[in-house]
Design a protein around this ligand. Structure first.
Ligand code: UTP
Length: 410
C-alpha cells in the first residue's frame, strides 16, 4: 500500500465518503491496513454517476439490423456446421462462462451454477452446461477450452464445487478460472455501504468487464499460446444454452463478422430482453427498458416488426477485434440491488428489498464497439431457458419445464 492515512482521508473527502472510516479506530492493525488498501484500490470516480443516471443511457439513432433467421440457417446448416467443426478441431474456439454474478433474484447464497434443478436426481446448472458442451466435444471429436469467470464473492465455492464434481466429465486441463473486478456498492445517495467494520460493501462490476479481467489475469497468454481466435461468452443461467455451437460459429465465420449474437424472436413486443439493432450505423443492443413505444411497434422494409430479435447472452467474439477495443471504456449502468450493510448500530442487515446501487458495465455494450455483427436466430423453446427467479417468468419452474420438453430427465 502506498497511500498514507492522510492521503486516504483526502481521497474520501473528495468523494464525500468519510463515513467509511467510522469504525477505523476499533480495528486491529491488520484490519486497518486492509481497509486502507481497499479504499485506495476503489474507483470512487464512478459513484457520482448515480446523480445523473439518465445521462448515462443516451442512445444514438436506432435503425434495424436484419437477423439471419431459421429458414436461411437450415438451408445452410451443413456448410456452416462443417466450418464450425473445423474451427473447433483446429483449436480456434474457446468458451467463456460468465459466472461472476450474484444471482440475487434467485436468492441462494451459493453460486448460481450450484443450483440443483433436478427433481428425482441431482442435476446442477453447471452440470447442464457441461452436458451441452460435451455434445459438441463428441460431435467435433475435439476438446475446447473453457474459461470460467467468477468474482471475489463466489470464486472459492465455484472452484471447489466444480473440482469436487470432476468438472462433470469435462477434461480438467481445458478448464481455467479467472476473477472479475469488484466495484463499491452504495445507498441511494451514493454513499458507500460498509459490509464489515473494516470492509466496504462491494459487488461484481458487471459482465462487461470479462475480457479486461481475462487479460488482467494473464489468460490472454493461454489464448495466444493455444491459437484461439474466437471466444464464445455465455451466461451461467440458461440451462438450454448451446455452447460452441458449430453451426453458429460457421455462420459467423462465413459471413465475415467479428461478432455473432444468438437471438430469439421475442414472445411479446414488451418482453424483457435487449433487442439487436444498429445505433448510428453500428451494431448495438437496446435494453428493454430503453425501448420506446415507437421502436416497439416499428416495422422494417418487409413489414415485419423491426426490433423483434432479443439477445440471450450468447456471443461469439473475434479475439483480434477484442484486443482492439478492450481498453475503451464501456458505459456505466447503475442497478438497484439488495446490498448487505451495517446499520447505525453496526449490525449486519441483509435487506429483503433493494436498498441501493451497484455499478456495472454490461457485455451487451461491447457489441456497439464491434465493427460488424451477425444476429443468429435460434428456436427459443430449444435454446433459451434462463433461470433468474425461483418461480414465474424466467424461473427454476419454467426452466425445468423446458428441460423436460427437450428430453432431459430431472
Ligand atoms: P444477471 O444480469 O442475471 O445478474 O447476469 P446476476 O447478478 O447473475 O443476477 P441478479 O440480477 O443479481 O439476480 C447475467 C449473466 O452475467 C453474469 C451472471 O453470472 C450471469 O451469467 N454476471 C453478471 C457476471 O459474470 N458478473 C457480473 O458482475 C454480473
Amino acid at each position: 500500500m502506498s497511500m498514507t492515512l492522510d492521503q486516504i482521508k483526502d481521497k474520501l473527502a473528495t468523494y464525500g465518503q468519510e463515513h467509511v472510516l467510522k469504525y477505523y479506530e476499533e480495528l486491529d492493525a491488520e484490519g486497518k491496513k486492509a481497509l486502507l488498501a481497499q479504499i485506495e484500490a476503489t474507483d470512487m470516480s464512478i459513484l457520482d454517476a448515480c446523480k445523473n443516471k439518465e445521462a448515462l443511457t443516451q442512445k444514438g439513432e436506432i435503425s434495424p439490423l436484419a437477423a439471419m433467421q431459421i429458414p436461411e440457417i437450415e438451408a445452410n446448416r451443413e456448410s456452416f456446421t462443417a466450418t464450425g467443426i473445423k474451427a473447433i478441431q483446429e483449436g480456434k474456439v474457446a468458451a467463456v462462462l460468465l459466472a461472476g454474478g450474484m444471482g440475487t433474484r434467485l436468492g441462494s447464497d451459493n453460486p448460481k451454477g450450484m443450483y440443483n434443478v433436478g427433481l428425482t436426481r441431482e442435476l446442477y446448472i453447471f452440470e447442464c452446461l457441461v452436458n451441452n458442451m460435451l455434445d459438441v466435444v463428441r460431435q467435433a471429436d475435439a476438446w475446447f477450452h473453457l474459461f470460467v469467470m467468477t468474482s471475489d464473492k463466489n470464486h472459492e465455492a465455484t472452484v471447489n464445487f466444480l473440482t469436487e464434481h470432476n468438472f462433470f466429465g469435462y477434461k480438467a486441463e481445458y478448464v481455467h478460472f479467472f476473477q472479475q473486478e469488484m466495484a463499491a456498492a452504495t445507498d441511494y445517495n451514493g454513499k458507500i455501504y460498509l459490509e464489515e467494520k473494516g470492509k466496504l460493501s462491494t459487488s461484481p462490476n458487471g459482465n462487461g468487464g470479462w475480457f479486461v479481467s481475462l487479460v488482467n489475469s494473464g489468460m490472454l497468454d493461454v489464448i495466444k499460446e493455444a491459437g484461439i481466435e474466437w471466444l464464445n461468452a455465455f451466461a451461467v443461467d440458461n440451462v438450454l444454452q448451446r455452447i460452441a455451437d458449430p453451426c453458429f460459429i460457421g455462420a459467423t465465420i462465413q459471413k465475415e463478422c467479428v461478432v455473432g449474437a444468438k437471438v430469439v424472436k421475442k414472445n411479446a413486443p414488451d418482453e424483457k430482453v435487449g433487442v439487436i439493432c444498429l445505433e448510428d450505423g453500428r451494431p448495438s443492443i437496446v435494453e428493454y427498458y430503453e425501448l420506446t413505444e415507437e421502436l416497439m411497434t416499428a416495422k422494417d422494409a418487409n413489414g415485419d416488426p423491426a426490433y423483434y430479435f432479443g439477445v440471450i447472452l450468447n456471443y461469439l467474439f473475434n479475439v483480434e477485434e477484442l484486443e482492439l477495443i478492450w481498453k475503451k471504456n464501456l458505459p456505466l449502468h447503475i442497478v438497484e440491488k439488495k446490498i448487505p450493510y451495517l446499520n447505525e448500530a453496526g449490525e449486519l442487515v441483509k435487506p429483503e428489498e433493494p436498498n441501493g446501487y451497484k455499478f456495472e458495465s454490461l457485455i451487451l455494450d461491447m457489441i456497439h464497439q464491434m465493427s460488424s455483427c451477425l444476429p443468429f436466430e435460434v428456436a427459443r423453446e430449444r435454446e433459451f431457458a434462463p433461470i433468474k427467479n425461483k418461480t414465474g417468468i424466467d424461473s427454476v419452474e419454467s426452466a425445468r419445464a423446458l428441460l423436460q420438453q427437450n428430453g432431459v430427465t430431472l
